[in-house]
Design a protein around this ligand. Structure first.
Ligand code: BES
Ligand code: MN
Ligand code: ZN
Length: 498
């Protein structure tokens, strides 16, 4: 939901109330500014408490003490950083998330000076980003708030650094990036009776406030465009589909944009090829790709990225009904290619196909990345901590891999070979919408490949990472908002650098 955390920067030595946080290595040595704040008595207390509590200063461990005499604070929180080698490769958002969790619901000053490492402004900003992401929880539908739940109180942090002005400048981008992730998380966590296609489109429309051009395509327009594949998926639901095209023009006029395409199936029952009941509730998250695209556009527009970016999302609900599409139907996509429907649960690729054709033809992007919770098979292959990437372009794939590594939203490249393409040839139409049990993520990617024409493209299958996400230092939410930070980073490092 909205922020429950306030973060400001200040200079070392700034006074205040609440807790005081300091960092310590596994040699139990404090940095200069921390020693100064604690004085001789405080420094000594930390050493004695560490010994009696068997606190070793290991990375991401903490010791919580009453504030020493002479130190104006409620509690003293000592956060471990591990060995000197660990300190050389600190994950700043993770450290920020961990630290925030130790002072959740409280006011605290954090002396962000690590023995041996003076954080740069962008690292201090990343620390703040992690703290913000950790503080997120989705409780919009909890009518009984637990009074004892500290997490629900506001957290107010003042991060003390050598150059607060520089940190403040960097932190503004981190703040709006966190907003983009939070927006994506909210969209994923919302139930489909609230977040149906029309409502999703309305929320995407709010990006206009940031200077994004938002075009919402209604069914009549989708029919005019010939989006027979997307419309076939939508026809079993009483909720009308929408396609939303979002344009951020922060680059030179006329320069080809980078395109982000998102699968936005607000609920995937499987349709006539209905899914088993167990776990079906998770399919409210089948719009995680679309959520990431909206969140990324929010972040890019907020920081006025110097790049032209077009985001496009296909919003539908996949339901069984008398009007549903059915296995054996042959549908005509916007590209003109025909598709034999084998399984109505392989609906995401049908939605993506038409949105991709529309963007390839109308926006002529110089690169295109689609994000989709496309297959259970990618979860079998890679698990829940890394996304699968398929690409027709080695340069783009390498840029995405690097952005994933830099943000911790890791991707692993998967192969695209002719055998997968052959597996989706159909007896009756140009292709069929499934390629059998084997290589399910790869045959799905091959299907999409038939729609990208000659655009450099990468497909991220995020079924494993977008929902029922792994709990970690920067995420406690069911929907992690995976991909927002990766896309922002890709634009920053590859398309804005000049
Ligand atoms: N939305 C699902 C994929 C999915 C599964 C996402 C589990 C997240 C968690 C997708 O539409 C789907 O149903 N795919 C089928 C394809 C099959 C019918 C070829 C699948 O993976 O089983
Ligand atoms: Mn499905
Ligand atoms: Zn789906």
């Amino acid at each position: 939901m909205t922020d429950t955390i306030d973060i400001a920067f200040g200079p070392f030595g700034q006074g205040g109330s609440g807790d005081l946080v300091v960092f310590i290595g596994d040699d139990l040595a404090l940095g200069g500014p921390a020693r100064e704040a604690l004085g001789g008595g405080g420094t000594d207390l930390v050493a004695r408490a560490a010994a009696s509590e068997k606190f070793k200063g290991r990375s991401l461990s903490a010791l919580v003490l009453p504030a020493p005499a002479g130190v104006a604070a409620d509690r003293l929180v000592v956060v471990g950083l591990g060995s000197e080698a660990d300190r050389g490769k600190i994950d700043w958002p993770v450290l920020g998330g961990f630290t925030a969790s130790k002072v959740s619901g409280r006011t605290a000053r954090i002396i962000l000076d690590l023995p041996g490492v003076a954080p740069a402004a962008d690292q201090a900003a990343s620390f703040a980003l992690g703290a913000r992401l950790r503080s997120y929880s989705f409780d919009r539908y909890k009518t009984k708030k637990k009074p004892e739940a500290e997490d629900k109180a506001r957290t107010t942090l003042t991060v003390l650094v050598a150059d607060p002005a520089a940190a403040n400048r960097e932190a503004e981008g981190a703040r709006t990036l966190a907003e983009g992730v939070v927006l994506a998380r909210d969209l994923i966590n919302e139930p489909p009776n609230v977040l149906f296609p029309e409502e999703f489109a309305r929320r995407a429309g709010e990006l206009t406030k940031l200077g994004v051009e938002v075009e919402i395509l209604e069914p009549a327009r989708l029919r005019d465009l010939g989006m027979g594949a997307l419309l076939a998926v939508a026809q079993g639901s009483v909720r009308e589909p929408r396609v939303v095209v979002m344009r951020w023009n922060g680059g030179p006029t006329g320069e080809a944009p980078v395109a982000f395409i998102g699968k936005g199936v607000v609920f995937d029952s499987g349709g006539v090829s209905i899914k088993p009941g167990g776990g079906m509730e998770d399919m409210k998250g089948d719009m995680g790709g679309a959520a990431a695209v909206v969140g990324a556009l929010h972040a890019l527009a907020s920081r006025k990225a110097r790049c032209n970016v077009v985001g496009a999302i296909g919003l539908v609900e996949n339901m069984p009904d008398g009007a549903s599409y059915r296995p054996s139907d042959i549908i005509t996509s916007m590209s003109g290619q025909t598709i034999e429907v084998i399984n109505t649960d392989a609906e995401g690729r049908l939605v993506l196909a038409d949105v991709i054709t529309h963007i390839v033809r109308s926006a002529k992007p110089k690169a295109m990345v689609d994000l989709a919770t496309l297959t259970g098979a990618i979860i079998v292959a890679l698990g829940q901590d890394i996304a699968g990437m398929f690409s027709n372009d080695d340069t783009l794939a390498e840029k995405i891999r690097a952005a994933g590594e830099a943000t911790g939203e890791a991707v692993w490249r998967m192969p695209l070979i002719p055998a997968y393409d052959k597996a989706i040839d159909s007896k009756f139409a140009d292709m069929k919408n499934t390629g059998g049990r084997h290589g399910g993520a790869a045959t799905a990617a091959s299907f999409i490949k038939r729609y990208v024409e000659d655009v450099p493209w990468a497909h991220l299958d995020i079924a494993g990472v977008a929902m029922s996400s792994t709990s970690n230092e920067i995420n406690r939410s069911w929907g992690a908002g995976w991909g927002v930070r990766l896309l922002d980073r890709l634009i920053r490092d590859t398309y804005e650098a000049r």
